[in-house]
Design a protein around this ligand. Structure first.
Ligand code: DAH
Length: 340
């Protein structure tokens, strides 16, 4: 029996050296110390032995048991350490790594330009009004005094949604909406998207943006119009630009004009930007036609007003030196990021 005990201890040692996982260690424990193990059997049979033999063998068996328990414990804590180390290795974070750069968005140049234009007019006390992109034919044309046969009403120029609704061709219908819903004094601008059936090229896009403006009050004259728009041009382009008003025609204003600014690139001597003329056309404007004021039931004996409308893309192209309108809609990050 003594030699059997020595063998058990030896076997436990060998098996534990080979064991490489927690379940294996547990298996060895059950096999060597469990109820059905050889060692348990030996301890159980102790009662049949003579007292002195029992004492000696009992001591040996208990010693073997304690030895195996110690070895199991050592192997167990060693394994725990190894596992923890492996886990740490797996979860290790290198805090010196540069990290992942979040892709930050940038404001679109059209948004930037609309904001700049709005800021100038807001500083003069204008509020911002908005209108829908799908408009009634009435607000887009009739209310604005457009003759029934005006060419811009053509199907070839305008996207109609139904017979009486369309994608607005300009922001001017917001004038009609404001006149219908508000009493003078009226002082608003209205930025927004417009649509025309144009074939895209370097200067045309079927979708584009305008900023509209209208002011109605007692005693408003053309001088107010000129002073306001001259101040606007100096704020948006450069403090030293000059403005020039050329007679023009719009159905909704009388008299009507187009405003040019002296070329802020060459100072008026002539260059590529102003096409050699020294002047750049910026916007349309005029004194609000009495027929338009009457749509809003406004007393035309008491009130007068001026209005204006400008293309945002055109202003952005001039300000930033962009030579193709289509660049604004391609969403190429290399283009957009230049305006950060
Ligand atoms: N609606 C005109 C256009 O799209 C621009 C315009 C001109 C607006 C004169 C106005 C104005 O309010 O008075 O070309």
């Amino acid at each position: 029996m003594q030699s059997q005990l020595t063998k058990i201890l030896q076997e436990a040692k060998e098996q534990l050296i080979k064991a490489s996982s927690m379940p294996e260690i547990e298996e060895i424990r059950v096999k060597m110390l469990g109820k059905k193990s050889q060692l348990t059997e030996i301890l159980r049979s102790m009662g049949t032995l003579a007292p002195e033999e029992r004492k000696e063998l009992g001591q040996s068996a208990n010693h073997v048991r304690a030895e195996i328990e110690k070895m199991l414990e050592e192997k167990f804590s060693g394994m725990k350490g190894t596992l923890r180390e492996a886990k740490f290795k797996l979860e290790r974070v290198d805090v010196t790594e540069p990290g992942v750069q979040e892709a930050l968005g940038a404001k679109h140049p059209i948004t930037i330009t609309i904001n700049e234009i709005s800021k100038v007019f807001m500083s003069m006390g204008y509020s911002v009004a908005e209108g829908p992109e799908i408009e009634t034919v009435f607000n887009n044309f009739d209310a604005l005094n457009a003759p029934a046969n005006h060419p811009s009403r053509d199907y070839s120029d305008t996207f109609y949604v139904t017979e009486s609704t369309l994608l607005r061709t300009h922001t001017s219908p917001v004038q009609a909406r404001t006149l219908l819903s508000e009493e003078p004094p009226i002082k608003i601008i209205s930025p927004g998207r417009c649509f025309r059936r144009d074939t895209p090229d370097a200067t045309h896009s079927p979708m584009f943006h305008q900023v509209e403006g209208i002011l109605v009050d007692e005693g408003v004259t053309m001088a107010d119009l000129k002073g306001t728009l001259d101040y606007f041009a100096k704020q948006i382009f450069a403090p030293n630009v000059k403005t020039k008003f050329r007679p023009h025609y719009f159905p909704f204003t009388e008299p009507s004009a187009e405003m040019d600014v002296s070329c802020f690139k060459c100072g008026g001597t002539g260059c590529r930007v102003c096409k050699g003329s020294g002047w750049i056309e910026i916007l349309g404007c005029g004194m609000v036609h009495p027929n338009v004021l009457q749509v809003g039931d406004i007393d035309v004996e008491k009130y007068t007003g001026f209005a204006f409308g400008m293309g945002v893309e055109r202003i952005a192209m001039l300000k930033y030196g962009v030579d193709d309108i289509r660049l604004f809609y391609e969403n190429d990050m290399r283009f957009i990021n230049q305006f950060k």
